[in-house]
Ligand binder design. Sequence first.
Ligand code: AMP
Ligand code: ZN
Length: 469
Amino acid sequence: MDLRFYNSMTRRVEPFETLRPGKVGMYTCGPTVYNFAHIGNFRAYLFEDFLRRTLEFAGYAVRQVMNLTDVDDKTIRGSQAAGKPLKAYTKPYIEAFFEDLRTLNVEPAAVYPAATDHIPEMQRLIQALFDKGIAYKSEDGSVYFSVDKFPAYGRLAHLDRTALRSGVRIAADEYDKEGVGDFALWKGWDEQDGDVAWDAPWGRGRPGWHLECSAMSMKYLGPSFDLHTGGIDNLFPHHENEIAQAEAVTGKPFVRTWMHCAHLRVNGEKMSKSLGNFFTLRDLQAKGWAGREIRYVLLGAQYRQPLNFTFEALAAARAALTRVDDCVDALTARAAQTGVADDGARVASALPAFEAALADDLNAPEAFAALFAFVRAANAALNAGLTPAGAAAALDELRRMDRVLGFVFFGRAPKVEIPPDIQALADARATARAAKDWAASDRLRDELAAKGWQVRDGKDGQTLKPLAK
Ligand code: AMP
Ligand code: ZN
């Protein structure tokens, strides 16, 4: 599989190449753990999961690192408002984050380094920047990175360097429109930080957000690695600053391929905490939506296209997954049949189309289309008498696709227990149908529906399902 990805650095779709054959070092900016992550954040984490699974599907061994930002303005403010020490405040959000990743069937990263566990690494990076004359201390006790001293600054964001405002200091972590200037590496202690501070040769304080990721990515992946990802809002200034901090010290190219996903939107606006237009995963679960349905919706658009969140999309996901489930159930039932000779017939493979879609800059809509083409072909084959061996082979193919998709076999509704009175009605209906007594069969169908059960007729007889409430 020859993968081609859009690289934000070159602004082109290009062949994916790694520093070492067959191996990928991948860093993904993780959550700021001051609250529950919202599904906009999870669009980013699911895009990264899809990317990672695609790389593994293509045969790469992937080492993924995802940081936890557990010290910044927001976590400090939150812990003070709650009257708790910082670690005690962030701990339940970290646990909730991992639980949410499991709900969404996201494969775990190899390491989840927390910023507060890596202060010495960050301080060493700052010291190295001082030694090179690139870091300087300001009157308020903070330490800044002088963008003038790093000629490559602006390469990722394709900035016009004449717009750099030399000596203008940006204390905020997030982008602000005036924000192209020197950025904070270390924030000098002030009263608002309470007891959240570490001693350093240049004065007591805490690390800047951008610094966290440079220090932790290089610690776990080395000075140069293959792939760095995040949401598009991370591109500037966060990732630009990560490059500056790393390359100014090591003199080596930091990252080969940069990939960013577009935003999840609500009514045309970015879903975000600050706009208040967000749903957490838990909000949607409380409304009865399952992790696999949310996974399906968030993965369904190509990652560089903005995606508008709607409940209609969730309902469509439910219907689509029901079709997949029905096909899997029918294939499973057929595969379990005994005493049928294998006639060699197989459902035509959709893997070539599936792989081509993934290789083409993770074209999820095309990959989903390949899955549904396969489901249709499998249903047709079942109706035409697919043998148990053919059904087993089709299930194998679905399992292969699901290595990347992660929603076909994951989180399926448990097999329902059918109460004896319902089973008795269904048996009576089967008898009526065998006797071609259609009036009785229809009456029994209605009776089952009145009791909340849907009966469906298929090649392998009738199946019962509880009606959606
Ligand atoms: P944060 O916790 O704000 O640092 O965000 C964590 C990740 O979620 C980053 O990769 C962001 O770029 C990403 N992100 C935040 N909001 C959205 C959104 N509405 N759609 C997609 N990704 C987002
Ligand atoms: Zn980061």
